[in-house]
Ligand binder design. Structure first.
Ligand code: FAD
Ligand code: NAD
Length: 486
């Protein structure tokens, strides 16, 4: 890359929290020569979440959907500083973010533990909060301790390892038949797209590879999807919900709807099942692997912010923002993506469009400030001009720049354009609810699966990612998935 423009005291400092869909979309499009841009995130890479369920079974390798944040920053025209840390607090009065560096394995190995964690205060003029959300457990006992989530790359790696752990434990000669059944029971709680896609991927893994490599698990291996509502995938059209449930029954995935999990122990899930007669019945389900996918909750930083800003007192799910994505009750602080509570679903599609919008907004804002300064300078010159013709020429320039300024100041509010929803449901099938102009088009099946693959392949972050994902798919087609335990 060409030499980058360095930060300077004449520019405003823009701090961006997070390296997810929202923040990276903003970072990609912002003119970083106009600001001193500082990105703070505990994760030094962007993660392409739509293909994360595929990493739990090795259909795709983790690194194929990770893109180092440096590969983005080093191509920016203005230098962007990245700090690997977590924002712990935001002081709106002093306009500083307190950050805490990430704990590394060798810190722990050296016995330094939390002592090696450094904190620092980062001042900002403008701040963008894009810290995403964490998994919700609704406070249900045992979930945090015994379940696996599916949000980050480490979650997918843990699930992949745990699937093989349970299988190898089930195969030990000392394992009783009853215990083996339990160990091979893979339960997914939450019938939203995360739960559905993971269940589909896991059943594929079993059908395509595990059954061949370890035939003796065939009778006992079972995937169950548990959902509190009467059906899975509530955000999809009725036709696609029915199609998904039909395919799941062909795949032999057990779907338990109207089943609300209430408690989790080391080996069982306790749930209230609503029977066809409308009565509630407590069921105890033995399990080996539990994947918990019941949606989002606000992160501690978001909750702290919400409780410290009076205008946020009615916010529950996340930061309330106005139509320009300014965090209500703040000045010069914007919010985007899953950490905000808006009328839109918490999706990558929304976060990415908000990031793009903010990039345009910041580019415009800096230009406005530049023109304002230019007008001030011209006015000072005109004020001191001795020659009448010089003064008239300067006045005409001022008029011209004022017109440009007025145009530049016209900010449009954020508007979301929904492109549709896509989900993989296993057995080389996908469902899609697509938006076409004013109408909608729903489809499910193998062709939709080809569309799903090509759509995500075209959307992955870089050509490097694209090639890696293609190679992974090809590898699995040729040799099957890897069943070794890392
Ligand atoms: P994130 O992408 O979650 O990024 C948040 C960032 O903030 C991360 O970099 C994180 O490390 C960082 N961070 C966290 N805490 C702090 C802190 N204290 N200080 C600084 N930084 C912090 N959506 C779709 O539209 N289509 C899909 O197909 C799809 N598939 C999905 C599949 C899965 C398995 C999952 C879990 C989600 C999927 N989503 C999908 C939803 C989508 O991933 C999210 O809506 C999207 O990631 C939200 O973007 P974000 O930028 O708000 O947050
Ligand atoms: P979600 O909120 O969409 O679904 C969670 C499900 O869990 C709900 O149907 C809820 O009824 C159920 N549930 C909650 N508590 C329960 C309990 N105690 N017992 C049983 N079931 C319970 O969550 P998600 O699937 O993680 O998705 C989060 C966001 O990410 C959504 O906006 C989603 O659209 C998006 N996402 C999109 C895709 C895609 O487009 N392919 C994939 C994954 C995630």
């Amino acid at each position: 890359p060409a030499e980058q423009v360095a930060p300077g005291p004449d520019k405003k400092t823009l701090v961006i929290l997070g390296t997810g869909w929202g923040s990276v979309s903003l970072l990609k499009r912002i003119d970083s020569t106009l600001y001193n841009v500082i990105v703070i995130s505990p994760r030094n890479f962007f993660l392409f979440t739509p293909l994360l369920p595929s990493c739990t079974t090795g259909t795709i390798e983790s690194r194929s959907i990770m893109e180092p944040i440096r590969s983005i920053t080093r191509h920016k025209e203005g230098i962007v500083q990245y700090i690997e840390a977590e924002a712990k607090d935001i002081d709106m009065n002093r306009r500083v973010v307190t950050v805490e560096s990430v704990k590394h394995d060798d810190d722990i190995a050296n016995g330094e533990g939390p002592l090696s964690i450094r904190t620092a205060e980062i001042p900002f003029d403008y701040l963008v909060v894009g810290v995403g959300a964490q998994n919700t457990t609704f406070g249900i006992p045992g979930v945090e301790q015994y379940g696996c989530f599916l949000k980050e790359i480490t979650d997918a790696q843990k699930i992949r390892q745990r699937i093989m752990d349970r299988i190898e434990q089930a195969m030990l000669p000392s394992t009783t038949p009853e215990e083996r059944k339990r160990l091979l029971h893979m339960v997914v709680v939450g019938g939203g797209p995360t739960g559905v896609e993971f269940a589909g991927e896991l059943q594929d893994f079993f059908e395509d590879d595990l059954k061949k490599w370890i035939p003796s698990i065939a009778d006992d291996f079972k995937v169950t999807l548990v959902e509190a509502l009467p059906n899975v995938l509530p955000m999809f059209s009725k036709q696609l919900i029915e199609y998904t449930e039909k395919i799941f029954s062909q795949e032999k995935i057990t779907v338990m709807t109207k089943t609300m999990v209430k408690n989790v122990t080391e080996s069982t899930i306790e749930a209230d099942v609503t029977t066809p007669s409308g009565e509630r019945e407590r069921q105890v389900i033995p399990y080996g692997l539990l994947v918990w996918a019941t949606g989002n909750a606000a992160r501690p930083l978001t909750r702290k912010l919400m409780s410290s800003i009076p205008a946020q007192k009615d916010s529950r799910r996340g930061l309330a923002v106005n139509e320009f994505l300014v965090v209500n009750g703040t000045d010069g602080v914007w919010g985007l993506g899953d950490c905000t509570a808006t009328k839109y679903a918490p999706t990558a599609q929304v976060a990415a469009q908000q990031g793009l919008y903010l990039a345009r907004l910041f580019n415009q804002l800096a230009k406005t400030e530049m023109i304002e300064q230019e007008i001030k300078d011209l006015e000072a010159l005109a004020h001191h001009a001795v020659d009448e013709s010089d003064r008239r020429a300067l006045d005409s320039k001022i008029d011209n720049r004022t017109r440009v300024l007025r145009r530049n100041k016209m900010l449009m509010p954020f508007e979301y354009s929904h492109q549709g929803s896509l989900a993989y449901i296993g057995m080389d099938r996908a469902v899609a609810d697509l938006a076409f102009g004013e109408g909608n088009y729903s489809s499910g099946g193998s062709l939709t699966y080809i569309f799903w693959r090509s759509a995500y392949l075209s959307m992955v972050f870089s050509s490097r990612n694209r090639l890696l994902v293609l190679v992974d798919w090809l590898k699995v087609k040729l040799f099957g998935r890897d069943v070794s335990r890392e």
